[in-house]
Design a protein around this ligand. Structure first.
Ligand SMILES: [Fe+2]
Ligand SMILES: [Fe+2]
Length: 413
């Protein structure tokens, strides 16, 4: 029996995964091809993942629709979900070979993975248990991959073959971006997967393609112009267009970021005692620190205004306003965008921060996680210098991003 394994986050599974699976099965005469969604991939940001159940169901739908499912030799496995801890390839293969000692396994990987296979857990063990089938995906180039394969054949007796299939540049992260931008219907996905995402509103998709009409955005702008001081209105506009630019880079709905930027400080100029009173009256819970540091209260009250005055129910939107001052561990992209834009919009002038503000403004468009950590660090240093109380949330958020960045590039499959 010859069995191929195509693992992946499948977040979501798309047309290129399916054509790759078919090409591998046909080219190498495999009896079975198993699609194996990863439960907790060690090397991906878990915040971008939808649930395992959803990814499994989308994979089932796609494999049935496009490849004809089990009757054609295409199977699904939830093995990775059943095993505890991080899912490493060597452990999966150990389990498979132990259970089916007679089966010859073929493990499909992308060309990029082949290039850094030395950093995987137990690479020699992996190649001992399977033939690696490499899919060139246009990133590395076939010549370099073949050179790498030759080295691995010599150093660890790897058995490596290349899959011939129409390489294209579809990626799940691009698809997620398109979905968030309201382009689900034209994404490179089987129609059953499109329907599933639409029905369950996964990946921040919105049925009408936009959360806010231009008229609503204009209404928010006018309201802020009338109710805020010129300084605060200019700041809100700055946060709004900085957030809109970041939304384009990070695949967040631009209209949502624009509106959150406009409304984030809507409560800021209400007298602070009045803000506290309004929170108490409306059942908005304040921490002891917020009662002492009243300049923090406007964030929660701003979210309350967005929900009750403007009828915005979207939790992510409201959280982006709530968390714009001190952040929180594991912010969503929208929350991070508003948090960073609030600090970096062009009116801001923090002259003595390190690294300089202009460097963080540039960094935020390349690595928003690093920029988030730098903003938090600068805030903590600033508060320390001024002898002001540090909100526990700021410290917690900073600690989270520091550890997150340390782990981000080090853990490999
Ligand atoms: Fe604010
Ligand atoms: Fe602000």
């Amino acid at each position: 029996m010859k069995t191929g394994i195509l693992g992946g986050t499948f977040n979501p599974i798309h047309n290129a995964h399916l054509s790759l699976g078919r090409a591998a099965k046909e080219q190498f005469g495999l009896d079975k091809l198993i699609f194996m969604p990863a439960a907790r991939p060690a090397y991906k940001d878990p915040r971008q993942l939808v649930s395992f159940e959803d990814r499994m169901e989308m994979t089932r739908l796609a494999v049935d629709e496009v490849l004809g499912g089990e009757k054609n030799g295409y199977f699904l496995s939830d093995l990775e979900f059943k095993r505890p801890g991080n899912t490493y390839t060597c452990d999966t293969l150990a389990f498979m070979t132990q259970n089916e000692p007679e089966t010859e396994f073929y493990f499909i990987i992308g060309g990029d993975s082949l290039m850094w296979i030395d950093e995987w857990k137990n690479p020699a063990d992996i190649v001992n248990k399977c033939v690696l089938l490499v899919a060139e995906r246009g990133g590395t180039g076939l010549a370099m991959l073949k050179e790498k394969a030759d080295k691995l054949k010599k150093s660890i007796n790897a058995r490596i073959e290349f899959i011939e299939y129409p390489c294209n540049f579809v990626s799940s992260s691009d698809i997620r971006k398109h979905i968030r931008l309201g382009e689900l219907k034209t994404a490179a996905l089987p129609s059953s997967v499109i329907d599933y995402i639409d029905k369950k509103e996964l990946y921040g998709c919105c049925k009408d393609g936009a959360y806010f009409t231009p008229e609503q955005i204009w209404g928010f702008t006018e309201d802020m112009r009338k109710t805020l001081s010129t300084f605060r209105f200019q700041h809100s506009l700055g946060v709004s267009y900085t957030a809109a630019s970041l939304a384009m880079v990070y695949g967040v709905a631009v209209d949502k970021a624009t509106a959150a930027g406009l409304l984030h400080d809507s409560a800021k100029e209400i007298p602070e005692d009045e803000q506290e009173r309004l929170c108490d009256e409306n059942g908005i819970k304040l921490t002891d620190c917020e009662r002492r540091q009243k300049q923090l209260i406007h964030a929660k009250l701003g979210a309350f205004i967005a929900e009750n005055k403007y009828g915005i129910k979207d939790k992510d939107f409201l959280n982006a306003i709530i968390n714009h001052t001190v952040g929180r561990p594991a912010m969503t992209r929208l929350e991070q965008i508003i948090f960073c834009a609030d600090f970096l919009e062009p009116q801001r002038a923090f002259t003595d921060m390190e690294p300089p503000l202009k460097e963080v403004r540039s960094l935020v468009f390349r690595d928003i996680d690093k920029a988030t950590a730098q903003i938090l660090e600068a805030t903590l240093i600033f508060l320390g210098k001024k002898g002001r109380e540090i909100d526990q949330a700021t410290q917690r958020t900073y600690d989270y991003y520091k550890v997150f960045l340390e782990n981000k590039d080090t853990v490999k499959p």
